[in-house]
Design a protein around this ligand. Sequence first.
Ligand code: ARG
Length: 465
Amino acid sequence: MAAKSPKKSSTWSGRFAEPVSETVKRYTASVGFDQRLAQHDIRGSLAHARMLKTCGILTGVDLKKIEKGLSAISNEIAAGKFIWSLDAEDVHLNIERRLTALVGDAGKRLHTGRSRNDQVATDIRLWLRDETDAIIALLAALQKSLIAQAERYAATIMPGFTHLQVAQPVTFGHHLLAYVEMFERDHTRFADCRKRANVLPLGAAALAGTSFPIRRELVAKELGFDAVAANSLDAVSDRDFAIEFCAASSITMVHLSRLCEELVLWVNPRFGFVTLPDRFCTGSSIMPQKKNPDVPELARGKSGRVFGHLMGLLTLMKAQPLAYNKDNQEDKEPLFDTVDTLRDTLAIFAELVAGLTANAGAMRSAALEGYATATDLADYLVKKGLPFRDAHEAVARAVKFAEKAKRDLSDLSLAELRQFASGIGKDVFAVLTLEGSAAARKHTGGTAPAQVRAAARAARKRLGR
Ligand code: ARG
């Protein structure tokens, strides 16, 4: 005969003499935010229940009831009809309570051989795995926008900067492909941290494992985990995967913030390199003439909150003794906000990049301003036999002369140029043009239009199309 279920005297158990205070209830509850994990919690519970049945710990009748109940709950949640209660503290207890209300004692048996400690760790990993896949897809979409624009502007000359001073001519396509590389590294970082997130904690129970004859590998297989966490104490307390994810996200936000900064400069009329579609800009409530690059500014600003979440998680985990501590409940909000911020920013940038237009004229005249082909002249002299340091000095004097005359190097006559190095011939003018300078850099990784087209093709291939 089955034992009779005892009556509970408070929220937790008969062990408590009084109910928890309202303030403490509000303070300790996580249901306000962790309900976001509900569908993953249900998936985890289903896999757990099926394993319990396979191992003879749960009857087939109970499993059927649990499956039916969880499916009904899943629908209620999806339809927004589920009533979340602060009394049940978190997503796990809310679902379990509803299940018991729907299917009776079978619902109470679901928690056999597990704890909320291994349950929550499993839920977050399952959820983060899906989000990581979505982020990888968004990164690819942004890369595709950048590649398409790089192809369009493969031969468009702009000034390349060092120290934000005109340095050498580059092509706008080359500049855009630099970001494709950054986002490619981000992609590999997310794919890498996904591997370590994709390990199953369930079965660790509270911290020491369980006395029931469970088979964790079955649960791992059903949920698509690559492996089972090898140590139960580590399984319930580890949040490295969350920290890693926020670190990878922070680096992506650094990259986005650099693009933002450049866009803010480029759309400034003093540069006038780029025009953003109006749908990404806003006006001013007082200055009617204004068109502000709000989206890049805001995204630049949002990088701060993502870095903050990384720091928050590191601080959360620092010096925590093994194993689970309630501190860990604080892992969710930073993680959720990181995902939301990153997803929105990546999605917006894929569209924004696709919509921008370059002003080739403004880029070209800016490149003509700073003696951007001086290095080409020095290289030319080296090819004529001058040691590089001497060539550097000769060109420096030529630039000084041209600057005084307010002329570009390519505007100097052959006789004028030969004052600085007698080896200069008529063929020098081909290397002094912006186009000649860019076209000469045709090695792997160079800025030549032909190389940009080849790099864009390679990047497309890497992305699988
Ligand atoms: N809501 C809790 C969390 O997010 C679930 C685990 C609670 N475990 C416990 N022993 N109180 O961490």
